[in-house]
Design a protein around this ligand. Structure first.
Ligand code: F6P
Length: 341
């Protein structure tokens, strides 16, 4: 049996560990052969793939990014669709696909599975917003990077008695902001799930300042104040027509400075959160998911996704992971909010 592997959507630390886990187990236990699609669904639609031998994946678990490349290609556009994909798979002798991706990738995988193509999904996203899995790999690395950055912002903020605003990723959900904010002892955490007024933010900042602290505000890119109509976007639309986010910290800084009278600086962490070496937690999770995807392939569990439940890797229906995002629940925000100000 020959399996095609693809990584699609925004990259994420741990992708290479999934590829390695799948290829090593598939080769050692089942004698499977592998091909790696280049640049996600683009490679599938165009039949652009390379042989993926065991020797090519050894030692890659610690590398960030993806050795296969990724893209935000929609497999139903650009001449794609089930018929083309079936033909291209037959040309390459590929029997089934392991698709490693986030919501968009897995939604496309579900549609293609419904059309009869054999696909097993592996969830990935630094945002940790996929339902039906407790955590996605990449998230732990992102919060480590963000927390370290905030620890650094705090020392420079304290030296100058400034308010520091740190912007992290999180298009629809605030998991990165919540966890890195809690870890670094932020005085305000602003997430897309919770609208807050500028006056309230200024109030928390002043409380921290009154206690002699240099206020640290963590904001997720998708956050909107009570006064805003939509999330801040200044870089046009992405391939799916969604606004590219980023820049809310820079927008908030002068407004906060004029409301509080406290000198304020903004830092946007951006793609630094997605780059570089994955943490040990992410390497282990990603490796286990890659190995479990092989079990799903061998069992013919097409249309399923491997997932983390507690400490166990389980199989869930792709349909259960799609349709709704896993946002920060109210009680987790309320818990963090007790520490604001
Ligand atoms: O989906 C993960 C993510 O990092 C989001 O947090 C962010 O909005 C988006 O990707 C950025 O996408 P791009 O890398 O295409 O700019």
């Amino acid at each position: 049996m020959k399996i095609g592997i693809l990584t699609s959507g925004g990259d994420c630390p741990g992708l290479n560990a999934v590829i390695r886990g799948a290829v090593l187990k598939g080769d050692a236990v089942h004698g499977l052969q592998f091909m790696g699609y280049r640049d996600g669904w683009r490679g599938v639609v165009e039949g652009d793939a390379i042989a993926l031998r065991r020797s090519m994946v050894t030692g890659i678990a610690k590398s960030g990014g993806t050795i296969l490349g990724t893209s935000r290609t929609n497999p139903f556009e650009n001449g794609g669709g089930p018929d083309t994909i079936r033909r291209r798979m037959a040309d390459l002798g590929i029997d089934a696909i392991i698709a490693i991706g986030g919501e968009g990738t897995l939604a496309a995988a579900k549609r293609l599975t419904d059309a009869g193509i054999r696909i097993v999904g592996v969830p990935k996203t630094i945002d940790n917003d996929l339902d039906a899995t407790d955590y996605t790999f990449g998230f732990d690395t992102a919060i480590e990077i963000a927390t370290e950055a905030m620890d650094r912002l705090r020392t420079t903020g304290e030296s100058h008695r400034r308010c520091m605003i740190a912007e992290v990723m999180g298009r629809h959900v605030g998991w990165i902001a919540l966890h890195s904010g809690m870890a670094s002892g932020a005085h305000v955490i602003l997430i897309p799930e919770q609208r807050v007024s500028m006056d309230q933010i200024a109030g928390w900042v002043k409380l921290a300042d009154d206690r002699g602290r240099a206020p640290l505000v963590v904001v997720a890119e998708g956050f909107t104040t009570d006064e805003m109509e939509q999330a801040h976007s200044e870089r046009g639309l992405d391939a799916f027509g969604r606004p590219r986010l980023g820049g809310i910290a820079n927008q908030l800084a002068p407004e906060l400075e004029s409301l509080t009278g406290i000198e304020t600086r903004a830092t946007t962490l951006g793609h630094i959160q997605r780059g570089g070496t994955p943490t040990a937690f992410d390497r282990v999770l990603a490796t286990r998911l890659g190995m479990a995807a092989i079990d799903s392939v061998v069992q013919g569990q097409w249309g399923s996704m491997v997932a983390l439940r507690g400490t166990e890797i389980i199989q869930v229906d792709l349909a259960d992971a799609l349709g709704q995002l896993k946002g920060v629940p109210q009680h987790r925000y309320d818990e963090a909010r007790i520490l604001f100000g």
